[in-house]
Write a protein that binds this ligand. Sequence first.
Ligand code: CTP
Length: 400
Amino acid sequence: MSDHLLIAVTGGIAAYKVCEVVSTLAKGEREVRVVMTHHSQQFITPLTLATLSRHPVYTDADFWQPTHGRPLHIELGEWADLIVIAPLSAQTLAKLAHGFADNLLTNTILASTCPVLLAPAMNTDMWEQTTVHRNWQQLMGDRRYHSAPPEAGRLACDRVGMGRMAEPKDLLIHIESLLYTRGKRDLMGKHLLVTAGSTREHFDPVRFISNPSTGKMGISIGMAAFHRGATVTLIHGPLHGHELNVTGLNPIPVTNAKQMRQCVLDEFTQAHWTIMAAAVADMKPIHYTSHKLPKASLSNTIQLELVPDILTELSVLKQPHQLLIGFAAQTGDSITPALEKLRCKHLDVIVANAIDQPNCGFASDTNEAVLIGSRGHRHSIPLNSKLHLAHQLLDFIGQI
Ligand code: CTP
């Protein structure tokens, strides 16, 4: 059965951004319905969202129209698996915080029990008002509500500050997480240390040894864990433009394996689970020149040495309450080398990741893998989004 998503739009210029969210969701396998408040219709029209969602939009004019003889807010409240309020205005935030029920949207919220994702958008001074802050904190203390917090940037009022609505792509990631977890925060109180991306080993300022990892898998694991209530520290190499996605994940950027090793060792003691999704470049040039070498002086051979194996070091430091998870990005047979890495690096779980399959591995938005636990239990994950795979990995780790 497909997921039922109710998108609620309140009055704010960021309403235009929700069109992209509705359009993307409606093209997938989800059923999307839209509720618009009176003021939201000053910014975009019901026709826009009806066309994009392939379904009539509900407004306050429909509130008392019988659907199958039952009130619409009850029908919608029971129908929805997830409600997303984007943009969330200061007005609707205040109404929710105080349990008001004076329009279709607020009545539907009170008549439902599903998770609610809130994406506020407003002017910086409005967002920073004590009353608004108090209302926000009030809702954030209620486990039903999940936050897609506003971001800093240039606002439509030309002010530069906090208050921009989360970007559509970030809302879509959050929505996918919530549809998977149904709002459970099972990693609350857990600290996850996640590594992502490649490392670069320079032999002069512009030339280096590396690999094509973009960090999408590690970022997806960090996001999934964050959405499930974990505190995440993300140590990452160069991310090829995905840096924006790591806000909230306590990102620590590094360039090479030596820096990654040091940062991982610094953070390791406070981590319950450490997931090394980074593709660490195994070799580094022995010599580094601080100026760009002229082509004529480049030799045919670069002398290399191995970089330290971070996971192997961690396995010596590991305490009984800690879990170590590694990735084996392989071509050909992915299982045999993964089992070998699980054993040699004393891991609790290894992710056997066949990167030579279509739509898998480096830079792809999708992936498939076999999860293998230290007691030999396995779980195959067919091709799916990296976020979905991340959630399945977190489930698997939680069950060992
Ligand atoms: N890893 C690590 N430190 C390194 C190299 C790898 O901690 N110097 C971690 C990776 O983050 C990954 C796991 O070890 O979680 C396996 O990495 P992979 O590159 O697949 O294997 P290697 O151990 O480097 O062996 P090989 O290159 O021979 O496959």
